[in-house]
Write a new protein. Sequence first.
Length: 111
Amino acid sequence: MPSLNERTRSMADQAVEIEVVYALPGQQFMKLLRVEHGTTVRAAVLQSGLDQEAATGLTRTMLENAPVGVFGVKLRAPEHNVVAQGDRVEVYRPLLCDPKKARIARANKKG
């Protein structure tokens, strides 16, 4: 049976390094994290501490519900998707208006 030190070292070897990012119009926040193998995308977002940075304006509740993706691909169930080595986890801001309605309004304005 492996010793406690060997098991701890083995678990550390299974950790993955990822980055969690969030962007505002004039500012980007990037957190480099080392998380345990098997960590879900949502758990990584919560571990990032983005809610602790006042400039982000994010709360814990917002992070728990925010849409997220990996390398630009929005995830439907981040609570079930597991992060992989080198992933760029993105926290998305909510849309301020419906893009379809905005496009129609612009078209109506032109003519």
